[in-house]
Design a protein around this ligand. Sequence first.
Ligand SMILES: [Zn+2]
Length: 382
Amino acid sequence: MSLAVTGIGELVTNDPHLGIVHDAAIVVEGDRIAWIGPSSQAPAADSRLDADGAAVLPGFVDSHAHLIFAGDRAAEFGARMAGEAYTGGGIRTTVAATRAASDDDLRRNARRLVGEALRQGTTTIEIKSGYGLSVTEEARSLRLAAEIVEETTFLGAHVVPAEYAGRADDYVDLVRSEMLEAVTPYAKWVDVFCERGAFDADQARAILTAGAKRGLGLRLHANQLGPGPGVRLAVELGAASADHCTHLDDADVAALSGSDTVATLLPGAEFSTRSPYPDARRLLDAGVTVALATDCNPGSSYTSSMPFCIALAVREMRMTPAEAVFAATAGGAAALRRDDLGIVRVGARADLIVLDAPSHLHLAYRPGVPLIRTILHNGVPQ
Ligand SMILES: [Zn+2]
């Protein structure tokens, strides 16, 4: 089956050779883009979707989300907005609720959030484990995640669980041996929360190198709550992505700029913890590839909305609207090392969004407004 999307007023391709194209059309064959050109020259197709002058862009690629969990932490958010600091300790509340939940409860909640994200234009989303923190619970989380999405990440080293209090190194040994072995059939990536109060650089290195030996790609939660060794460790190990990057010194920025490691910024976390935002401008000016993602999780960033993150990035992080849209699409794809996503080119996956607006500028210009008119996911209108 083929589908022609015609009458595209502004097509954001993210292809360096094409850039932004006006009066364009796209033909989709199956789940792939088969033709791009002027709307007046669009070849015949089995069906047709008239964009009526609207903007079309690649679907959002959300490369960082924690969707296998139970319960919510609205009360904790309320307390924080009343002045309490965010410490990360609330993760244990979600661990207890997740362990007590059935497979069906966890599956239903994750699918609900994936659907919520899709309606806001997210056609690819990564899902991490990290609220199980035992061999069987982490394996369960990743098995459920792998039922739902392609991009799954093992985050057994999210926090040291209560039963290992004071014995962090014993927990690290469990994570990098038995737990890693149990999750490997379901995980594509391994990640560590490298932060004061969570895991230090040596512990993170031990887990990531064990994951790499099993063929998993590397990602790292780094420099969120304060300065630290995480970003440089991510670069040293060739991680696909260093995530958060809120507290960086010049050496961190220099390391990122000379590497293939993407800096993934998660402004929903700073919004929800009322913290200073990362300096995206500094990273972009140094030539670092930047991705935007939601960090969707019940504690520190309970949003599934990439348009919200784009608006925050433009208003609070000094990104231009074009840079923010690129970071939310091609940047996310780079963070997942995917060249078939986040770009409009022949052969790429037909994940496209038609805006209820004439330009990508409207995503930041009209914050909080539902601007996604139509979504093509794997070539299928949703
Ligand atoms: Zn996270």
